[in-house]
Design a binder for this molecule. Sequence first.
Ligand SMILES: [Fe+2]
Length: 919
Amino acid sequence: MTAQLKMNVIAARTNVQVVKVKHRCEVAQSAFNRRRPTADVPTNEECELVQRESPRRVATASKQAEVTLLSVKNIYPTDTDYGEHAAAFLSGNFTPVGRECTAVLSDVRDQDQILKNDRVQLTGTIPVDFPTGQFAYVGPNPKFPLNHYKKWGDGPGQRASGLGIGWHHWFEGDGMIFALTFKADGSIIYRNRYVRTDSWKLESMRQTRIFRPLMNADGATFLYNAACNFVETGSFLKDSANTALFYYAGKMLSLQDTQDPWEVDPHTLKTVGRCTFNGSFPLKLPFTAHPKIAPSNGDMIFFGFNPVSPPHCTIGAITPSGNVRALKPLWSSIVGSIFMHDFVVTNKYTILYEGSMDIEPVRQIIGRHPLQYNENRIARFGLLPRDEVNSKHGDVVWYDCSSAQSVFHFVNAWEEIDENDNLVIVIIGVREDGFFHNALKAKGARDWIKSATLKQEPIPRMHEWRISVGSGAVEETFLFNIAVETPRINDAYGGKRNRYAYAGRIHTESLVEDAQLKFNGIVKFDLHERKQQVYEHAPGIYGMEPQFIAREDADSEDDGWLVMYIHDENGPDLGTSYCAIFDARNIMAGPLAKIAVPERVPYGAHALWMPLSNSTEATLSSSAANTYQSVKINAPKKYAFRAEQIEDLLKAVTVGVARGASGLFMHGWRPGVKKDSPEYYSFARSFGMRLAEQGRVGSVRKKEILDEIYTGFPASPKLVLYDIEGNSECKVVREALSILDICCLIKPCPHGAVRHQGEAAALVHNTETVKFPVLLDVSTGDVFSGAKEILNHLYIVYLDGARPPSHLSTKAADIALRVGGKKEVDSCYASPTKMPVVPLTLWAYEASPFCAVVRDKLCEMELPYILRPCARASVRRDQLQKRTGTFQVPYLEDPNTNVNLFESAEIIEYIESQYGVES
Ligand SMILES: [Fe+2]
């Protein structure tokens, strides 16, 4: 190549990269930066129109969501700030989602109903004999705004070691489960939830990353980071439960290599805790992400890989009644270990695999990561005979392969007798020779992927090993040349000879261009005939791991369906995710049905199908019921109060009058008259007409209102406010929230209390003095301190560039508080209280004296709560009326106890008894 040609190529590459990055930035920022003119709140008539368009969904959607304080910032991570690997796996549809929600879709099998609506979530038809059960998927979904995942030391609250560089790695993200439950009545329930492991709780509590990166840390940094993790948390590694799911002995498990299994309630996806298998599981014993069911006795066979201390591998079994038995530690290596992710079982054998990725601590001395793909290490299989009744394992015998190689996922294994009556173990798996280890590195990944893809050699492909148990010979053959991963089979054939396998076809262009692992097709392999069928998704659509679900009374191995999440990257806001159902016998026909899910499903790890019995479905049905309908609500009384409240209420009234009722009306409030309807709130009704109040909101809130109408449930807060009652700056900010109609998670920080102060200090990077209020906008990742900054931000972002009005004056608010004698509450000292697991919700508006006394109590008790402002003209007045049959505030909802209350006196009495330390 001539020098000029080289220069042209380099210039062309540079231009492509520049254009590409620009395009990404535009796409990523477009949704966030979209600015529309300030808009009217959708009217009741508009609400009715949307409901007519989608009656099923609006009428039956149940979302109880919730709070996700820790959303993601909608930015495109760059290689420079994040490293190649993290930049790839924190962008596009790998971008984490920050919202947990539940939605119920009723009777999606009613095709007539579906055809009447153009906003349905289902396209195609769910087969009438599709079974009841739950399809679930898990993957890494980092919980903090993206800037926390920059090179370690550049994120909030992080300090670099100075020894080397540590980058975030996909495997280290927090686990989130995305599940669809298909019920016998034709309804479908959607949920997505974090697996709340100890690591998740610890980091969430401190609102910052604590676990330093290990997978992509330089050698010396690796050791230092691991030590810091241990000192700070008691664990070297982050516990994320983000890799795979398994259902066994009535337990749904969320799993991650090298960690304990975590149990999740399949009905609610709530994290139950570490699974101890009735107390029989040893403390801190690692558990594989891919346990197997023994075909002989139905035991769940597992191994535990411990990369740190020997024994590096322990195998065992769990009985169908959920108890551990037959534990066997293997002491094949003392110093250093071999990375293990998957294994296989047959009728009589448990078969371990030690590939060529090894962990040698000594490498850190020369600055290398201890985990490397070692081309000098010959891979090998370890066969352990297993008792078919009690799952007791005999001694391991190792069988060497011909070369260095690695396998992340096996397909299946079985026993055969050859023509000479010798026992042969046949193993099918996806072999790759160090491909992912290099492709997932922080530096040089793209160049490596490019050259490896050209060579084809290390690409993951279907491979067969035939181990002659008597002679020790291992025959090896690549079965197909197509690059695939996440292989699955009909699980009923585990450990038995089977014919069909299914996998995602790797989109090599995405790998080469973006270092992203995506599947642009589904492959069905016929292992008998050595044939393959490839169903290609449409351009821009990528699939995730396929799950085979057998038809009841199936007459062949492939008689059933493939279910998987697919993601359509076309369109705004990073695209839309669907659950797609294919006929496994004819994948080329494409999806029989596609169900759009309410939350984007980031490309993740592994899938699970969990059948539902009638009894479990009954439980599901009740647990999925709308919380607000399942609780009893006390009867509201107009302007009722108790004698002991009089002084506090008078003070609050005085403050409200002195503030000119700021926070009573929404921005742009104006009255009107409309035809009466009891469904909607109105201050005055007469002669079949009602007073219809209108306000104006910003484009962000308008979109949120439309979502609320569409789903039938209020949006999660995007703001977190660290607040003190009686503080004039805090008061004007809350007034602005009412005026702008923005809900907010309030974290009270009364003087002398400690519950939330540390978080606020960390956000403003000032441990000495924090100027309250402090506002975190989780949708932008911005933090502000003091009323002036916060008001500017709120008006610019939530009223489309408007400026705060002059009446939101802290001086005026201060005078009002003093006149009303409420200034003393500025120093309301906290009394020790119990922390609710989930924040309470308070429907209120700033100018109401009855709401003020409830806020005082919540502040005094440091109880976090979601404030849903209901100023005059807010659609929340209609929403509350629809929920409860009336509108009155304050209205408190406690999702922890399902207690919902009107009446300030009763609310105060309740929170004192429920969360006071004496209760
Ligand atoms: Fe896996």
